[in-house]
Structures are given as C-alpha cells and as structure tokens.
Design a protein around this ligand. Sequence first.
Ligand SMILES: [Zn+2]
Length: 191
Amino acid sequence: MVENKPDIVSVIGSEITLTKKGSRYYALCPYHSEKTPSFIVNSDKQTFHCFGCLAHGDSIHFIQKLHNLSFPEALSYLGIEQKKLSPRKYREVQKQKEIKSIKKELGEIYREWEKDFYTELCELCREFDLLKLAIKTEADLDRYAWLYLLQTDWKFWLEILRGENDKLKYGLYRKIGNNFEGHTLGDNEWK
Ligand SMILES: [Zn+2]
C-alpha cells in the first residue's frame, strides 16, 4: 500500500486531456484507439476504468502502463520515492512524452481544421442548393457550370469527413489543409 499517492485526476490530467462531467472525468483511452471516450476517471475512488479495453487501476498503474515502467519506476516518476529513474529509462520516458505531446498537438490542429472545414462545406452546399433554385435559364446553367463541378468535390469531401476512414481524412487534410479558398454567396464570384 502506497501512502501519499498523488491525486489521480491531476496525474492523468497532466498526461491526457480530461473532460469533466459531474463527478467523473472522461477521456479518449490512451491504451487503445477510439473516437468516443470510454475512459473514465473516478476521483472519489481514485481509479480509472476503460470500457473499451478494460484497462483499470489507480494513478500508479496508469503511469506504469502508459510509460511502460516497473512499479518502483512509476513511484519515482510520480515523485513518491526519491530513487531516481535510470538515465536510460529517464530518456525513454522523456522521448515518449515528447512524441505524445507532438501527437496531441497535431491531433488538435487536425480536429480544429476538420470542424471548420466541415462547417464550411455544409454551408457551401446549403448556399449552392439555394442558388440552384434561382437558376431558370440555360444561360444561367452555363454560367454556374463550374459551381456544379466544385459541388461534386464538396460532397465527396463531406462524405470523407462523415466517414470512419482516418486515412482518407488525413489524405484530405494533406491535400487541402489550409489552402482551401472558401466561397460565400455574398462573394462576387457567385454572381
Ligand atoms: Zn481503453
């Protein structure tokens, strides 16, 4: 039994992003890949549990499993024991932390982009549907033919964003990223 265990919420919260709901905290499980959080931290019981991969334990288990540490190493890591990590293990942990924070940052950038791009595409499709109602003559149709072509892209991209295929999504991000020039109905380009 370890005395003075650090609070599980602050331990886990400093490693992954936690969202508070009532007295519980939710997160995307760091031990398996998932899109909706099934990882729950219970601050009353000072335990975590994942309903996806069934990982379970206290703050020490969490750190052990996350950084692949032995029990005494996890105690050192958490500052519970004075004994230092071996330099090799220390470097390993630092490297893991670095990689994780880069991944986290990239993930955040991507999610932000995905959200904005999705909203923008929905808005474009909606505006285009309105515009179609206004098209009456063949001359109009010719004038807006290029928009019909663009719309095919928009719908295709929306399908990718709505889907579950991360590779396609990432490919879309690589291809379009922040280079997408949005249009709005207010722009002269539409007229
Ligand atoms: Zn899990």
